[in-house]
Design a protein around this ligand. Structure first.
Ligand code: GLU
Length: 225
């Protein structure tokens, strides 16, 4: 279970994500990645190995935006390759997710999605969450609430959707998530160490909480709506 950072604010998001991931490095990881909402698209950069490899990619292929997600992965399902690094996306490239933990119904969900004609592009349990969110209907919050009953296991997940470029949604069962309430910006992370340099106002999410993070506030609903 490694590192997660999500950010909705007013400034460039990439330095915030890389800084947050640096602060989570102490936990160990084998690959890293980030997703940024840019110009009506979800743009993803990932790299196997050290964070320096991701920073190099970000230097070569700059991403610009004020909303995004970052992740350091410790592989449980699939080798520590770029294709298995997070964020994982749905088939349409609309939804991107980062995930700490393990889905216990991985095999059943994978078989179900494959039988429905979904072409999976990674070996991860995490991609299954992205594909389920992509196939659901409504807003990202509605998609999360519809998908939660399908997820068996341990998860801290943070997601974005290109159609809602001002919103990050976070939910957990097991691994920790904490929201950081800032000035003109709000964050979510797997660990307070990724947030405390930006704000001292934090909100620890409980199992079954779904947090909708926007620039002007953080709203928490329960998984049953
Ligand atoms: N089970 C996920 C994977 O293997 C997440 C691992 C993690 O917690 O970093 O990709």
């Amino acid at each position: 279970m490694c590192g997660i950072i999500g950010y909705v604010g007013g400034g460039e998001v990439v330095p915030v994500l890389l800084d947050g991931l640096r602060r989570l490095e102490y936990r160990g990881y084998d690959s890293a990645g980030m997703a940024v909402l840019e110009g009506g698209a979800v743009r993803v950069l990932r790299a196997a190995g050290k964070l320096a490899n991701l920073e190099q990619r970000a230097y070569q292929e700059p991403l610009h935006g004020t909303v995004g997600l970052g992740h350091t992965r410790w592989a449980t399902h699939g080798a520590p390759t770029e294709a298995n690094a997070h964020p994982q996306t749905d088939a349409a490239g609309s939804v991107a997710v980062v995930h700490n933990g393990i889905l216990e119904n991985y095999a059943a969900l994978r078989a179900e999605l494959a039988a429905a004609g979904c072409r999976l592009r990674s070996d991860t349990d995490t991609e299954l969450i992205a594909q389920l969110l992509g196939a659901a209907a409504g807003s990202l919050l509605e998609r999360v609430l519809a998908t939660l009953p399908r997820l068996v296991g341990q998860y801290a997940v943070v997601a974005v959707r290109r159609e809602e470029p001002d919103t990050v949604v976070a939910f957990r069962n097991g691994p920790p998530l904490v929201a950081g309430l800032g000035e003109g910006e709000n964050l979510v992370a797997s660990d307070v160490t990724a947030l405390l340099h930006r704000t001292r106002r934090v909100l620890f999410l409980e199992n079954g909480d779904v947090a909708v993070v926007r620039r002007d506030g953080v709203e928490v609903v329960r998984a049953d709506g």
